[in-house]
Design a binder for this molecule. Structure first.
Ligand SMILES: Nc1ncnc2c1ncn2[C@@H]1O[C@H](COP(=O)(O)OP(=O)(O)OP(=O)(O)O)[C@@H](O)[C@H]1O
Ligand SMILES: [Mg+2]
Length: 251
């Protein structure tokens, strides 16, 4: 089983859309894929969460959610407010390990990489360690924003991940704007260096609201071959390079 952990610089950066794109590419190449959201917050029992979005975008039904807290908060906080400890990491890891007969298992974290799942201050990094203890070798995909401020977020998150020997192995821009400005274009160039990870995905704004047929058709163009797609990230960065200002700024 190949295991990928999808984490991010924060909430709302595009982890779910990235997870769906990874799944769509793997499905197209005939792989057996499962997607796991170990802990979901912000939705009540029976309401659609992140896995429902993955299902809508990809048609995948091999979906696994292990704990849910309705308040839109970090899992440990939402659990604490119910008087609960939050999920036990060894238990989560064991359930993910049960999916070992799939070709690819994609695990989406909650919020940013340091967000806690339980009252032991454990989150996706400790989950990765527990999975390693069970013999898995998870690859880590870091999803990031690209607007002004993204460089620090990506660098700080990647440094934290490295502290747990968790790559990151790939950097993905979760929501590339239709009309990128100076900061976005320059950040695209600088993000891999700040994060110490190769740019392996650029998801266009609007990608997450496509129907399943269009999503399946287009997702491969958003991810590089390392993530199962056909994107040439270097070419994309080159195409968005902004001319130098030397003829415009008086010295
Ligand atoms: N490329 C995109 N195209 C369209 N919408 C997007 C894109 N990326 C993100 N969004 C939208 O932004 C919101 C947050 O994206 P997403 O759910 O993927 O973030 P997340 O990192 O998974 O957040 P969470 O921490 O809640 O799991 C969603 O409403 C999603 O539809
Ligand atoms: Mg999500």
């Amino acid at each position: 089983m190949k295991l990928m952990l999808v984490t991010g610089t924060g909430t709302g950066v595009g982890k779910t859309v990235t997870t769906a794109a990874l799944a769509a590419c793997a499905l197209r190449s005939g792989q057996r894929v499962a997607v796991v959201k170990p802990v979901q917050t912000g939705v009540r029992p029976g309401e659609p969460g992140d896995l429902a979005e993955v299902c809508r975008l990809t048609g995948l039904s091999d979906l696994h959610e292990y704990a849910r807290y309705p308040e839109p908060l970090a899992p440990a906080t939402a659990a604490r407010r119910l008087g609960e400890p939050g999920p036990d990491l060894a238990g989560l890891a064991a359930r993910i390990a049960e999916l070992a007969d799939r070709d690819l298992v994609i695990v989406e974290g909650a919020g940013g990489a340091l967000v806690r799942f339980n009252d032991r201050a454990e989150g996706i990094c400790q989950l990765a360690t527990a999975l390693r203890g069970l013999g898995a070798q998870p690859g880590v995909v870091l999803v990031t924003g690209v607007a002004l401020g993204a460089l620090h977020d990506a660098a700080a998150t990647a440094a934290a991940l490295r502290g747990w020997s968790l790559g990151p192995d790939a950097l993905v821009v979760g929501d590339w704007p239709a009309e990128p400005g100076l900061a976005e274009c320059c950040n695209l160039q600088d993000l891999p260096d700040y994060a110490g990870a190769p740019l392996q995905g650029i998801l266009p704004h609007g990608g997450g609201v496509l129907g399943p047929a269009a999503f399946a058709e287009r997702a491969a163009g958003w991810l590089t071959p390392a993530l199962g797609g056909s994107l040439d990230a270097s070419e994309f960065v080159r195409a968005h390079a902004v001319p130098l200002p030397r003829n415009e700024i008086p010295r």
